[in-house]
Structures are given as C-alpha cells and as structure tokens.
Design a protein around this ligand. Structure first.
Ligand SMILES: [Zn+2]
Length: 407
C-alpha cells in the first residue's frame, strides 16, 4: 500500500501534509488531491500484482492509502457487453454495497476518518452518498450526520435511519444541505466529508478508472459516458488515468473522451461548456427525477470542465422523459434495472450516435451509477403504479424552493 507524500491543492498547487485530517486548501478552498511516490510504487506493484488482490476496489491497495480499510466489498463491479450495440460496455455500479458507486468514495473516506481517530462525520447528499456514509460509518463504529433534501427517494431516507445515522431532511436542494453542514460543523465538532471537501472520496472513486482499464486488459476505451452531479466519478477516473500512465500500466496519450451527462432541469456544466466558461453558475430551480443529478453547482465544476475539454469530450442534457425511457431501454434490452442516472446515460448514448459524435464502432463504457431498486417510489410515481396493500406516501413535488428546516 502507498505512503502519502502530500495533499496537493487543485487550484494553487500548494502541498499540505496528510498527518492530520484536511478538508480543502487553506488559501483558496481548492479541493485536495492525494499524491503518492508513484515511481517507488511502480517498482513493486504492477498489473500482475493487482491480480492477486481481493475482489474489491482494495485490490488497488498499491495506489490507495496504507491504512487498514473499512470495506463492505465495494468495487469490481461487472462491465457487461451490451446486447444491442456491439462496442458498448455497461459498467454496472448498482451492484455495489448500498446500491451505488458512492460506496467506493465512502469506503476510502471512512477508512481515513477511522485512521485519523475522527468520531463524528457530516455530509450533505442528493441521496446515495448519504446512504453510503451511514453504512460505512456504522461499519466503522462512527457517528454520521446526513443532510438530504426531504424529497429524496424513500430508500435513501430509510437506509440512513436503519444504519443509526442522524438524518436531517431539508426543504431545499443539496446546496442548502451543504450550507447547513458548513454552518454547524465547527460548533458540533463534526468533520465535513462533503464531495471534494474531503480528499479521500476521490481516491475511492478513482478505482473505477483502474477497473475499467483492468477489465479491458489494461487499455482504455474511446469514450466514457458518466452521469454527472458532483462530478467526482469523472474527476477520480481522470486521476486514475494520470497515475496509470505514470506507473506505466497503460499507454500514454490514449485517454477516452469524457462525456458528462446531466438532466435538462439541472445542467450547469453543459451551460458553462457551451458558454466557454471555466466555472459554472448556480442552476436556478433545479429539478429532475434523477435525484443524483440534482446538483445545481458542483464544488469541482472547474475541474470537470477542464477534464471534458482536455479529453475532447462533450456534455449532454437529457429530459426526464428521455431518462425514464433510458431506464426502460436498459431493462428491456440489457436486463439491467438501472437508476435514473444510468437511464440518462443510455439516452445520451443514443443521442450521441444520432448526432455522429460517437460511432457504433467506438468502444464506449457507459456507467450505470446505481441500482433501480433504490428508486421504486420515483418509478412508481412516474409510471403510475400504485401499491395495492399499503400505498406509499409519495413526494408530491420535486421542484422545490429554498426554505430550510430540520424535520
Ligand atoms: Zn490552493
């Protein structure tokens, strides 16, 4: 396992020690990247040694912190060949613990929190990150404080409560939840594990990049389609590609086009890309059935935009109707019951084929970021299915204002 050299600011490049828990750069608030001595790692670790590792993301321990992991078996999810499109591969992250890719980031973040001796952790969540935080905190014996919009999918609320975490439902969006954590954390003694305000969630997510390479025989595809809310999946995978090039595990300069998928009702990255801006603006009245995409402004927006441009990728917005058609598409054609975010990626793939940005001969990896089983209320609502025995109290509206209050 790797010794950490330092934490490097993504804005000013300053280095900070990893001896104490850190959130962001003290000078400019930039997210921190964990840096290792890759030259030293390259001498003892290789794709060959990875093969002997556990069937989880911790098989990449050579490039993760040298700490006893808190693991529920996350990672090494299947990458299934599409039954409809010859060169399309579907990476099904719905098979992770807690049913989403968020498990990877939280496994790494909670591992480090326990290592640092932290006791109480807090985070805002659009849904699945909160569930993952609650589960991993429970596994590590730590206290978790989760703030989520009050109309998140029911599964997210129930899993947080079942894990014994402290749940606050907020009449607002993830940005409002984030503000509440920021306002209260010092007074309450919580450590903030918000997306990109905690350096190790990226480390967990980067294992998706290592896995795609390993599952393709240490090559990268032509393009990656990624549903993007906070964008840490994209950021993590890009870091993995950088590291693997430096380690000599993959060829240099063969990186995929990174394609960001958002919902038409919340598409701040796409707007910024089209307007040639380096950061995004807060998206007003963000609304979409894909709860994970309802992030009106990502903390790492400038990194996401830079990656899309560097990679020659693009960004696509899809409507809620197209998202739900994408869910049906994946279920009927592939046998995968995907999260709405996965449905969005499927809809975007078809659109990109139509527009000619992608060809059927391009090798594309499409990420389904979560399981459809976590969105039963969303689907039932949209498809007009009513439970017979005990009707669910469904959220009446997903387009909500900014009044905040604990419930
Ligand atoms: Zn900085």
């Amino acid at each position: 396992m790797a010794q950490i050299l330092h934490l490097e600011c993504s804005k000013c490049g300053d280095g900070l020690t990893a001896d104490v828990p850190r959130n962001v750069c003290l000078k400019d608030g930039g997210p921190l990247y964990v840096r290792y001595d890759l030259a030293a790692i390259g001498k003892i670790a290789s794709p060959e040694t990875v093969k002997d590792g556990p069937t989880s993301m911790w098989r990449y321990a050579a490039v993760l912190p040298h700490v006893d992991p808190v693991s529920l078996g996350e990672g090494m999810t299947p990458m299934l060949p599409s039954r409809k499109f010859p060169k399309l591969l579907i990476k099904d992250e719905g098979l992770n613990p807690t049913g989403s890719f968020k498990a990877r980031g939280m496994s790494a973040a909670i591992t480090m929190a326990r290592h640092y001796g932290l006791k109480e952790l807090a985070a805002p969540s659009a849904g699945n990150a909160g569930g993952a935080l609650a589960a991993y905190a429970a596994a590590a014996g730590l206290e978790a404080y989760v703030f989520m919009p009050k109309d998140v999918p029911l599964a997210n609320r129930l899993e947080v409560e079942a894990s014994g975490a402290h749940l606050t439902l907020v009449d607002g969006l993830i940005s409002d939840c984030g503000r509440m954590v920021a306002e209260r954390k010092d007074q309450e003694g919580w450590f903030d594990v918000s997306t990109l305000k905690e350096p190790f969630r990226v480390e967990g997510k980067k294992t998706m990049g290592y896995e795609v390479a390993e599952q393709l025989g240490w090559r990268l595809p032509d393009a990656i389609l990624y549903p993007t809310g906070g964008g840490v999946g994209l950021i993590g995978m890009w870091k993995a590609f950088e590291e693997m090039e430096e380690l000599g595990w993959i060829n240099i300069g063969k990186r995929p086009k990174m394609i960001c998928i958002q919902a038409s009702g919340c598409a701040p990255i796409i707007k910024a890309l089209h307007e040639d801006k380096t950061t995004s603006e807060m998206w007003p009245n963000a609304h979409t059935l894909a709860a994970g995409l309802r992030v009106p402004k990502a903390y790492g927006d400038f990194i996401i935009l830079d990656i899309i441009r560097q990679s020659g990728g693009t960004a696509v917005a899809v409507s809620d109707d197209a998202i739900m058609a994408g869910v049906r598409d994946l279920a009927t054609n592939e046998g995968i019951f995907a999260a709405p975010e996965g449905g969005a990626a499927m809809a975007a793939y078809r659109e990109l084929l139509k527009s000619g940005f992608l060809k059927e001969s391009d090798q594309v990896v499409l990420f389904n970021t979560g399981s459809g089983y976590k969105y039963l209320d969303t689907f039932a609502d949209y498809w007009g299915v009513t439970a017979v025995a005990a009707p669910l109290k469904l959220p009446s509206s997903r387009n909500i204002g900014g009044i905040i209050g604990p419930y």
